[in-house]
Design a protein around this ligand. Structure first.
Ligand SMILES: [Zn+2]
Ligand SMILES: [Zn+2]
Length: 341
């Protein structure tokens, strides 16, 4: 089989290797069908992901079909279509025991800390393979993982239908959070610097859009919320200073929540007073936890508008095109999905 390896930052190789074998009774062999490519894959290729080591097979939004099962496998069958969990956990630590496995102290992530799915076959424990119905095409199923992130961060933010939500950044994850909020019945204000992605957000159900290059964010939010401010804000823009900007007085109301999704290592400038004067909750969010199965159910009943979330489909045997777009960013290529066959 073929596998794609990032050998070191900015270099990759396509290697011919033997098929991986099932090494314990509870594993399954999955023939890969689709892999979604996201920001962290770009970071691994560019050497900017602090969690990644090399050589590394990227790919954490992994979808395939089960072709072989270990002797004690009971939860999946040969022929099942599965999305593969990216998180490998210990099951023993404090976090695992309180249902926060995504931040397990021994967590390993397929596609960054350990090898991922950008190869023709992968072996995984049956526990990590979630079956989805045939009505969901592979190319759509590659989006289940990012929508699981949307489900997770909105759960972290304790969202309810009455919330008025502000989303900074309407790229892929911002658009997914928007759809997740709308599915819960919230009112959503989307903010970005790009009219085109804001128009897309409108199409996905944004109630209000703000172009922060042309309009003052706080003034517009005050106008929309009749001087109250929003109840929850998400930072899906994730640049240095983006988190601090959500603390501006007038944006989030007293007792509101701010959910952060970024991994910028440069410090923000948040004072104790900015947090405590209004008793805000600042909430961290990483990947997802127990969200694959509910997200599959939502995909099966077409709860989301997947149109235009993945913008670019790359055949696995033309993988050089994926790396070309990583080296030559194109605003039209917002999210790639690699398809096998
Ligand atoms: Zn991702
Ligand atoms: Zn653990």
């Amino acid at each position: 089989m073929k596998e794609v390896v990032i050998t070191k930052p900015h270099e990759y190789a396509v290697r011919e290797v033997p098929l991986p074998g099932i090494t314990n009774d509870f594993e399954v062999l999955v023939q890969m069908k689709a892999v979604g490519i996201c920001g962290s894959d770009h970071h691994i290729y560019h050497g900017a992901n602090p969690c990644s080591t090399y050589p590394r097979i990227p790919g954490h939004e992994n979808v395939g079909i089960v072709v072989k099962v270990g002797p004690k496998v009971t939860k999946v069958n040969i022929g099942d279509r599965v999305v593969i969990d990216l998180i490998i956990t210990c099951g023993e630590c404090y976090q695992c025991k309180i249902g926060r496995e995504n931040v397990c102290e021994n967590v390993r992530v397929r596609g960054s800390g350990t090898d991922g799915g950008l190869r023709e076959y992968i072996v995984v424990p049956e526990e990590d393979a979630y079956v989805f119905p045939e009505t969901i095409p592979f190319r759509d199923a590659a989006l289940i993982e990012p929508y699981a992130i949307g489900a997770h961060c909105t759960q972290r933010g304790r969202l309810v239908a009455e919330d008025i939500v502000f989303i900074l950044g309407t790229g892929t994850i911002g658009s997914i959070i928007l759809q997740t909020c709308k599915e819960k019945g919230c009112t959503v204000i989307c903010c970005d610097v790009n009219d085109e992605t804001l128009a897309r957000a409108k199409g996905y159900g944004a109630d209000y859009i703000i172009n922060s290059k042309k309009e003052n964010i706080v003034a517009r939010v005050q106008e929309i919320t009749r001087g109250k401010g929003v109840t929850v804000a998400f930072d899906s823009a994730c640049f240095q200073g983006s988190l601090t900007s959500l603390f501006e007085v007038g944006l989030v109301r007293n007792a509101g929540r701010i959910v952060s999704l970024g991994f910028v290592t440069a410090p923000e400038t948040i004072s104790q007073a900015m947090l405590n004067q209004r008793e805000l909750d600042l909430i961290g969010s990483r990947m997802s936890c127990y969200q694959f199965k509910p997200t599959i159910e939502k995909f099966a009943r077409h709860a989301f508008n997947l149109n235009g979330i993945a913008t670019t489909f790359i055949p696995f045997n033309e993988i050089e095109k994926m790396f070309y777009y990583m080296d030559h960013p194109d605003p039209k290529v917002k999210k790639m999905v690699v398809l096998f066959e």
